[in-house]
Design a protein around this ligand. Sequence first.
Ligand SMILES: NC(=O)c1ccc[n+]([C@@H]2O[C@H](COP(=O)([O-])OP(=O)(O)OC[C@H]3O[C@@H](n4cnc5c(N)ncnc54)[C@H](O)[C@@H]3O)[C@@H](O)[C@H]2O)c1
Ligand SMILES: N[C@@H](CCO)C(=O)O
Ligand code: NA
Length: 446
Amino acid sequence: MSNSIKLAILGLGTVGTGVINLINDNLNELKRRSGRDIIITEVGTRRQRDDIDTNIMQNSDLMAIAASDNVDIVIEVIGGTTLAKDVIMQAIKNGKHVVTANKALLAEHGNEIFAFAEENNVHVAYEAAVAGGIPIIKVMREALAANKIDWLAGIINGTGNFIMTEMRDKGRPFADVLSEAQELGYAEADPTFDVEGIDAAHKLALLASIAFGIPLQFDKVYCEGITGITLQDVNYAEELGYRIKHLGFAVRRDSENDGDAGVELRVHPTLIPQDALLANVNGVKNAVLVNSHPLGQTLYCGDGAGAGATASAVMADVMDLVRVLGSKDRDDQSNTGHHVPHLAFIPEQLSDTPILRADQMVTGYYLRVHAYDSPGVLADITRILSDAGINIDAILQKPAHKVGQVPVIILTLPVVESQMNLAIEKIEKLETITDKVVRIRLDELA
Ligand SMILES: NC(=O)c1ccc[n+]([C@@H]2O[C@H](COP(=O)([O-])OP(=O)(O)OC[C@H]3O[C@@H](n4cnc5c(N)ncnc54)[C@H](O)[C@@H]3O)[C@@H](O)[C@H]2O)c1
Ligand SMILES: N[C@@H](CCO)C(=O)O
Ligand code: NA
């Protein structure tokens, strides 16, 4: 058995450089924990770099690296869904294990990639793809393997949480904080993925699959980002004892619950109680709250983006694979027998539970309604809500900020979205209502 494990790193940006630094810093720890020499033999880079060890081969032909005999494990950190997919398929075809941080690729093409990996007896590991350094994939696939997961809720985009925290605490403008997140290496190559919720939706698709044993269905995730959140709503929410966080929810709804049976997959800004642990997860930190039976609620928190945190997750996967490669050499067995399934459940057991449409989802709401300050207006609004079977939890009427117009803030108990849509349509038709109703979902996380 050769004592060395040969790695290729494709892409030397934030994460790729973070992995090289981690290996240099912790080489001794890696060896002590694995009993193997972990060496980088090849890197994929567009231009020759003079800051890379001369023993490492630099190559701009990534497909060649993915097929190289001098590589055991391919680490894909170029991002994107085209070349990244080709090189991963190439690596799998050539019998190499893959480690990737690429949630966009897996959310969109993971079903095909994992099936191809299983056919070829190799593993595609992706801890870095969800919640950065937090070992959430490992926890959910392995530590919670005996539980039935009912729901999870998470802050799963570091850039977005960093922006919302800085805006709330320091009143900094959105664009300034986003630029800082880019400089710090948190943001995606296209930062609209972060601020429009797409990156969180990619991660939620992965989390939902390993929670419920369903195929990846990114196209069915309901997705809202943080660009529409105003400081005004942040402040009203705080006044009412809530905080606005951008959250991803994966919820299993059984037929005995109100509404239809199926799975809710949604990412959106959400009012949560100020004293909830998730409400106090700030900056680039991510956190995932998992409600499972019989364990109950558990919370996993840590840095969700950045070079060091992401490299930690990439190398945790490498270490798992190093151990598998060791057992393969020892036992001469097929690799897959030593792995947890890619999506936590064995492939034949993935279920076709339907993903609910947005209008079937059940959540509480924060509504901001602007009305002329005239007698009876509040009664009209509350009548429409009660006619629709919507229970009001709190009402706050603010002093007029434009002459004669008052903002009215209403918090509701959970309601099926189609009911809320109808009620809002009626409220907006009232003559006393001056603007579109602002709505943000609300969850007590109970
Ligand atoms: N930055 C983070 O905090 C973070 C966290 C988790 C996951 N990720 C994911 O990790 C991946 C990489 O992210 P990043 O932040 O390091 O991005 P990055 O833009 O900093 O790095 C990507 C690197 O790949 C290189 N590259 C792209 N195409 C190439 C090609 N054809 N040949 C050679 N090199 C090529 C680019 O030049 C760049 O250096 C993405 O999938 C991202 O979603 C990033
Ligand atoms: N852009 C992502 C990187 C980590 O996946 C984020 O900010 O969370
Ligand atoms: Na992770």
